[in-house]
Design a protein around this ligand. Structure first.
Ligand code: CUA
Length: 337
């Protein structure tokens, strides 16, 4: 019974939302197949080597009892030639296997480098920051450029080109269910292709140590059918919704009259800070502080009141907000769907 529970737990952990063995697209599947191939082949070789190493151990034990000492130390010419041949064969097999592994590795490397044609693909710029992800959907029409943070929506079945960079130190963009890692380097653009073949939410994680909150630098990739993706896109292009109650109106005034505007932008309002995440559609996002907390009113008030306790070292400033202004501010921000 315990074994069954353990098996179920392991299985559910393996199909988790951040897992390199639960491939959700062709690139991740190619990497997983390569990993499985390496694991099985090298596992077999390991077992064979251990078995071969155990044989002489048992023989030697018998040999000491049965043969005179000088004979075991002076092998005949025939034995020496045979041993030499075996070592030669083993070396040749080793070289062949290594060569085969290099060929397999290089061919998978090529297959995950991107699609043969860029038709039907979309391009997204991702910039690493200590400790959050700036996300911008490129478009030749400036009115259709979408800026968001810590959450990437992609259409199922379409290749997505990530153009990555960094604003400070080296980060690494990694969504294990979809693709391998790619470093995000300051003053440089690195590219990576993603493709999800089934809808789902896949967790990504910064994979290069980048300072105190490296572990709290997560991002979610939401892969959705074309229709849902297009409606998400259309909604993101729109400016922020207007406050629908006096309480939210008060919250908006609190936001615009505080230090928040120095770092954050809300389209459709004068707030145009470019240091922190764009908050135009803040309430539509799943998490706060780059995957640190689920996005809800309780967590948001804790985050605004004392960001350093939740994420020590974060660049998010502790902005003094009067206690009576906190609730309207939270209500306003959580209305920005
Ligand atoms: Cu960014 Cu680690």
């Amino acid at each position: 019974m315990r074994c069954t529970t353990l098996a179920i737990l392991t299985a559910s952990a393996l199909s988790a939302q951040q897992s390199a063995v639960d491939a959700a697209g062709s690139y991740a599947a190619a990497i997983r197949s390569l990993g499985t191939f390496f694991l099985i082949l090298l596992g077999l070789i390991f077992l064979i080597v251990i078995a071969l190493a155990l044989i002489p151990l048992t023989r030697r034990h018998r040999g000491i009892e049965q043969e005179p000492l000088e004979q075991t130390h002076q092998p005949s010419h025939g034995t020496e030639t045979r041993l030499g041949t075996m070592v030669g064969i083993a070396t040749a097999v080793t070289i062949l296997i290594l060569f085969g592994l290099v060929v397999a590795s290089v061919s998978v490397g090529k297959s995950i480098a991107g699609p043969s044609t860029h038709a039907n693909s979309i391009a997204v710029e991702i910039t690493g920051n200590q400790w959050w992800w700036y996300v911008r959907y490129a478009n030749l029409d400036p009115s259709r450029i979408v800026v968001t943070a810590n959450e990437l929506h992609i259409p199922v079945g379409r290749p997505v080109m990530i153009r990555g960079s960094s604003n400070d130190v080296i980060h690494s963009f990694w969504v294990p269910n979809l693709q391998g890692k790619r470093d995000l380097i300051p003053s440089r653009i690195t590219t990576l292709w993603l493709q999800a073949d089934r809808p789902g939410r896949y967790r990504g994680q910064c994979a290069e140590f980048c300072g105190l909150q490296h572990a709290h630098m997560a991002l979610w990739v939401v892969a959705e059918p074309a229709v849902q993706f297009e409606s998400w896109m259309t909604h993101q292009i729109e400016p922020s919704v207007a406050p629908s109650s006096p309480d939210e109106q008060r919250g908006k005034e609190v936001f615009l009259n505080s230090g928040c505007v120095l770092c954050h932008a809300i389209q459709g309002t004068p707030a145009n800070g470019q240091v922190g995440p764009d908050l135009t559609h803040f309430a539509s996002r799943m998490t706060l502080a780059a995957g640190t907390l689920p996005n809800n009113k309780g967590n948001l008030s804790g985050w605004i009141a004392d960001p350093q306790t939740i994420k020590p070292g974060t660049k998010m400033a502790t902005v003094p907000v009067k206690s009576e202004d906190m609730q309207p501010l939270i209500d306003y921000l959580e209305s920005l769907r």
